[in-house]
Design a protein around this ligand. Structure first.
Ligand SMILES: Nc1ncnc2c1ncn2[C@@H]1O[C@H](COP(=O)(O)OP(=O)(O)OP(=O)(O)O)[C@@H](O)[C@H]1O
Ligand SMILES: [Mg+2]
Length: 185
């Protein structure tokens, strides 16, 4: 009991501006879901979870973009992630964690896997639409579109190394004020 009281006192006396935690329902929301790449419905499960929570949180206008981003990120784990030796367990499925964080005006979607090799993030515009003329579809690659689509939909796309000595998380950020304005236009 004494320990609890002293921890509480230490937290309460922390100097500086108030910190807004995503775990505080007044400031934001946080959800995490664990899936396995071997589950045939793992992409659908992730999409459903995202749709369900965003509607509950009152940001239904972000559902379409958030679900597409989640589908591409989870699909990438299914197709590309090879677990690091230190994380691979014989016979075990490949673990995927989907993170949803919602602060006022902001939604972050993260998808973690056990492969520390980074995603091949798009560098920029490859072919000018002007140059492609009427043959835009013929010039698009068969693969490598997923992260490009996310880059177009999201306000930021990046990755971070895993905290447990392996793996990584690919993140996308949606600015909700922009999305709201676009949906209301
Ligand atoms: N989670 C991941 N783990 C390891 N490599 C990844 C991961 N996500 C993406 N990559 C790498 O980045 C590349 C680009 O991903 P992107 O989603 O843009 O294209 P793609 O998955 O190859 O094709 P598409 O999404 O069009 O079906 C992939 O080909 C892969 O090499
Ligand atoms: Mg992909």
């Amino acid at each position: 009991m004494e320990v609890r009281q002293s921890k509480h006192a230490a937290n309460a006396s922390t100097a500086g501006p108030p910190r807004h935690s995503v775990h505080d329902a007044a400031n934001g929301h946080f959800r995490a879901m664990t899936l396995y790449a071997e589950d045939p419905d793992c992409v659908k499960a992730a999409r459903d979870m995202v749709g369900s929570y965003l509607r509950t949180w009152g940001i239904a206008y972000a559902v379409d973009d958030a679900q597409l981003i989640t589908s591409e990120l989870v699909g990438n784990v299914v197709h590309h992630a090879i677990p690091d030796d230190c994380l691979a367990a014989p016979g075990a499925g490949r673990r995927i964690d989907v993170w949803l964080m919602n602060w006022p005006g902001l939604l972050a979607i993260g998808v973690s896997d056990e492969d520390s090799s980074p995603p091949d993030l798009p560098g920029g515009e490859f072919i000018s639409p002007d140059l492609a003329g009427d043959f835009v579809e013929a010039l698009l690659p068969d693969r490598g579109r997923g992260l490009l689509i996310i880059q177009r939909l999201a306000d930021a796309l990046w990755w971070s190394p895993g905290l447990n000595g392996g793996g990584k998380t690919v993140w996308a950020r949606l600015d909700l004020d922009r999305l709201w304005a676009e949906n209301s236009a």
